[in-house]
Design a protein around this ligand. Structure first.
Ligand code: PLP
Length: 481
C-alpha cells in the first residue's frame, strides 16, 4: 500500500518509472482460488495499480496521440452508465429510453457538425474510429459490388452480406475492389483486411507535390478501370501532419466522380470532423475549406473520444444508400419524427455499452459554443507552438512549406497537430526522448519521409494557451540544450 506515495505530482503528465514498476509488481500473479473480496480489491486498485497508470485525459500537457480527455460531464455520465448497467442493442420503447438517448445524442452531434440529421438516419456509436472505418467499408463494399452488376435486374439479388464477397463479385462480373485514398490512417488498412478486401486494396492516389491531396486525374483513371468496383476514402485531416485531403469544392468533384462510376464515398474524419464547428472567417479559412462538403459523403467516421473529449466513443453515420442496413417495418416508432433503428441492426455489436449517455451529457453540458471554445483554444495553442518553432533556429516545422508561402499562411494551415524536428540531425535522433524525459509534457515520436520527427497533437478540453505555451517553450528549449 506504499504506492499512494508515488502518485504523480500535478505538473507531471506521466507517472514515474518507479510508480509504474511498483504497480506492475503489485499485480496478482495468478487467479486466486477464493476471491479477495470487493473491498480488498478496491484498495488494491486505488493504492497500488492506479499510481502506475498514465492519466493523459487528466493532463493538459499530454500531446501524444489524439485521444482527448473526458470532460467533467462525460465522466459523470460514464459512471452513471456503469451504474445502470444498460445494454443498448434493441430498440424497446416500452421498456427503456436508452435508444432514444442515443437517437438524441447522435441528432445533436449532427447539429453540432452542421449535418442535416434527416439525411443521416443510420447513425451509431461504436467502439472507436477503427471500428467505424470497418462499418464504412462494409457499407461501401455492399454498395459498390451490387452497383457494378451490369443489369439492373441482377443488382437486386447481389448482396455481399448475403452471399459473401467472392460470390457477389463473381455474380456482378468484377474481379477487383479498390479503396482509393490519400495518406490513409493505419486503421483504414486494418479495416480493409477485416472486411475481406485486403490491405493491398488500399491504393494511394495522392499528388506527388502534395501527397495528402487527391490527384483527380489519377483517381478517375482508377474509377474508370474495367471490372473494378471502388470505394473512395477521404482522410479528413491526416493524423501525422494534420493536413486535410480536400479543399473547397474537391468534395463536390469527388462526389460527381463517385456518382458517375458507382463508387462509395467514405470519409475518415476521426479528428477533422470537429473543424465543422469553426466560424467561417479568415483565421480558419484553410480549416473551413478542409471540411467543406463532408455532407456529400455516403458514410463518415467521427471519433468522440478524440475531439468531443468523451471516453472511447465514436460514431459512423450511414445514409440511406446502405440498403442492407434497412431495418424493416418491425421497428416501432418512439421518437415523434423518426423510426429509431435497433443498434444491433446498424452496427457491429449486439450487446453494447450505453456509450450515448456521456455524449448526450457532454453536448448538453457545454453546447455548441462550449465545444467551439474548446477547439479554438486547442488551435490557438497549436499555432502558438508552430509559430515559436518557425522562429526558432534549432527547430524546423514540417512539412516544409513551399517557397514563397508567408508565415501567416503557414499558420492558417495548422489545425491541432504540429509536426517538427530538430535541425541538428544527431540531436533529432533522440529528440522525443529528450522532450519527454522531464515527464512534464508528452509528445509522440513519428517519422517524416523516413527520418525521425516529433509531433504535438492537441486534443484536450483542458488546454489553456496562455498558461500552456510557456511550459511547452521551456521544455522545447531545454531539450536542445
Ligand atoms: C485515431 C484515428 C483513427 C483510429 O481511431 P480509434 O478510435 O483509435 O480506433 C482512425 N482514423 C483517423 C483519421 C484517426 O485519427
Amino acid at each position: 500500500m506504499e504506492g499512494s506515495k508515488t502518485l504523480t505530482g500535478p505538473d507531471e503528465v506521466l507517472p514515474s518509472l518507479e510508480a509504474i514498476q511498483r504497480a506492475r509488481s503489485s499485480l496478482l500473479e495468478t487467479l486466486p482460488d477464493d476471491g479477495l473480496g470487493a473491498d480488498h480489491v478496491e484498495a488494491h486498485l486505488k493504492r497500488e495499480i492506479v499510481p502506475g497508470l498514465n492519466r493523459p485525459s487528466q493532463s493538459s500537457h499530454y500531446y501524444g496521440f489524439v485521444i482527448g480527455g473526458a470532460t467533467t460531464a462525460a465522466r459523470t455520465a460514464d459512471h452513471i452508465a456503469v451504474e445502470v448497467d444498460q445494454n443498448v442493442h434493441v430498440h424497446l420503447p416500452k421498456e427503456t429510453v436508452a435508444t432514444d438517448v442515443e437517437d438524441r445524442a447522435t441528432h445533436m452531434v449532427c447539429e453540432l457538425l452542421n449535418l442535416t440529421p434527416e439525411h443521416w438516419p443510420h447513425r451509431i456509436f461504436s467502439t472507436g474510429a477503427t471500428a467505424s472505418n470497418v462499418l464504412g467499408l462494409a457499407c461501401g463494399r455492399e454498395h459498390v459490388i451490387q452497383k457494378s452488376a451490369s443489369h439492373a435486374s441482377s443488382q437486386q439479388s447481389i448482396s455481399v452480406a448475403e452471399m459473401g464477397t467472392h460470390k457477389a463479385m463473381m455474380w456482378a462480373g468484377i474481379s477487383d475492389v479498390q479503396i482509393l485514398t490519400t495518406v490513409p490512417h493505419s486503421s483504414l488498412r486494418k479495416a480493409a483486411s477485416i472486411v475481406g478486401l485486403g490491405r493491398a486494396a488500399v491504393i494511394d492516389v495522392g499528388r506527388i507535390d502534395l501527397p495528402h491531396r487527391f490527384d483527380m486525374a489519377f483517381l478517375e483513371d482508377h474509377l474508370r478501370e474495367e471490372k473494378t468496383a471502388c470505394i473512395v476514402a477521404v482522410s479528413c485531416a491526416e493524423v501525422n501532419t494534420g493536413l486535410f485531403a480536400t479543399d473547397g469544392n474537391d468534395m463536390a468533384r469527388i462526389r460527381a466522380l463517385c456518382d458517375k462510376y458507382g463508387a462509395w464515398l467514405h470519409v475518415d474524419a476521426a479528428f477533422g470532423l470537429l473543424a465543422r464547428i469553426l466560424p467561417p472567417n479568415d483565421e480558419y479559412s484553410v480549416l473551413n475549406a478542409g471540411v467543406a462538403g463532408l455532407e456529400l459523403a455516403d458514410s463518415i467516421t467521427g471519433d468522440a473520444h478524440k475531439l468531443l473529449n468523451v471516453v472511447s466513443l465514436y460514431k459512423t453515420f450511414y445514409n440511406t444508400n446502405a440498403a442492407y442496413l434497412n431495418t424493416g417495418s418491425s421497428e416501432t416508432t418512439a421518437s415523434k419524427d423518426r423510426t429509431i433503428p435497433s443498434p444491433l441492426n446498424i452496427g457491429i455489436e449486439n450487446s453494447r455499452r450505453f456509450r450515448a449517455l456521456p455524449v448526450y451529457a457532454t453536448l448538453a453540458a457545454y453546447g455548441k459554443n462550449g465545444y467551439r471554445d474548446m477547439l479554438e483554444r486547442q488551435i490557438r495553442l497549436a499555432r502558438g507552438i508552430a509559430k515559436w518553432i518557425m522562429e526558432s533556429s534549432r527547430y524546423e516545422l514540417l512539412p516544409p512549406a513551399s517557397t514563397g508561402t508567408s508565415r501567416s499562411d503557414i499558420l492558417k494551415s495548422i489545425y491541432i497537430v504540429v509536426l517538427f524536428r530538430a535541425r541538428d540531425g544527431a540531436l533529432n535522433e533522440s529528440l522525443v526522448q529528450r522532450i519527454n524525459s522531464s515527464r512534464r509534457m508528452y509528445v509522440s515520436g513519428t517519422q517524416w519521409i523516413g527520418k525521425p520527427a516529433a509531433r504535438f497533437a492537441i486534443a484536450t478540453w483542458l488546454v489553456d494557451p496562455e498558461r500552456d505555451l510557456p511550459l511547452v517553450i521551456t521544455e522545447l528549449d531545454k531539450a536542445t540544450q
